[in-house]
Design a binder for this molecule. Structure first.
Ligand code: ATP
Ligand code: NCN
Length: 225
């Protein structure tokens, strides 16, 4: 599917992830963020070949489907499958540069990440160019410090951080905003692990996603003898 329509100076927010699987730790903080900074649309961007991590258990098509099921009937979200069309690592800067070209120089763009992603951002491909094409909005995540322990990242962060959410609309790119969203201690790792142990995880993700996982036999129980 393709991007929804956003008005010319409307803030376009994208939330990239491996989503193996998508869960409430993704959805709930972003819903709260939408209230906090008045977002009308958030575009989920499942990656194809996630950089810097073990490859997912579910296929790209299955992760896309789970993202679609998770937000079905929820007008806040749409899903963009553009990264699934490339077999090379899904580098965010490349995706955002393409979007910037499509949307022109004036459209405010924001890429949403969790605090854990911020802490390792200095490892991303051409990370220092990210703010040339978008804002970064950071969701708090339990277990991940607010302090950045890499001097280059800290300097870059200090030069771009704003507490004024209005900046995300007044400028097309270039700001970092730390959201005041609730902490949800949920990870896809925990869901996969619970499933491997034959444990219930219905409290961690939408029923439609859980049902799909069952129907596809994903994250199967690991039997030990
Ligand atoms: N509970 C959470 N709270 C805030 N941000 C989150 C949470 N879970 C994931 N994110 C953020 O969502 C984005 C996509 O995350 P991802 O799909 O890798 O999920 P994950 O739960 O971190 O997966 P895994 O456990 O497999 O590493 C990342 O930027 C990550 O920081
Ligand atoms: O561009 C990079 O080098 C890069 C490195 C790590 C992660 N990302 C992107 O960040 C988002 C969250 O990644 P992950 O691994 O936590 O699911 C997702 O859209 C990834 O494609 C991007």
């Amino acid at each position: 599917m393709t991007l929804g329509n956003t008005g010319e100076n409307e803030l376009m927010a994208l939330f990239g992830g491996t989503f193996d699987p998508i869960h409430y730790g993704h959805l709930r903080p972003v819903e709260q963020l939408a209230c906090e900074i008045q977002l009308e649309k958030v575009i989920l961007l499942p990656n194809n070949v996630p950089p810097h991590r073990p490859q997912p258990e579910a296929s790209s098509a299955q992760r896309l489907k789970m993202a679609q099921l998770a937000v079905e009937g929820n007008p806040l979200f749409s899903v963009d499958s553009r990264e699934l069309q490339r077999d090379t690592p899904s580098y965010t800067i490349e995706t955002l540069e393409t979007l910037r070209k499509e949307r022109g120089t004036e459209q405010p763009l924001a890429f949403i990440i969790g605090q854990d992603s911020l802490l390792t951002l200095y490892k991303w491909y051409r990370w220092e160019s990210l703010l040339d094409v978008c804002h970064l909005v950071v969701l708090a995540r339990p277990g991940y410090a607010r302090e950045l322990d890499t001097p280059a990242l800290q300097r870059w962060y200090d030069a771009h951080i704003t507490e004024d959410a209005g900046q995300l609309r007044q400028r097309p790119q270039g700001c970092i905003y730390q959201a005041n969203t609730p902490l949800l201690d949920i990870s896809a790792t925990e869901i996969r692990q619970r499933r491997h142990e034959g444990r219930d995880c219905s409290d961690l993700l939408p029923f439609s996603v859980e049902r799909y996982i069952e129907s596809q036999g994903l994250y199967r129980e690991h039997f030990t003898s």
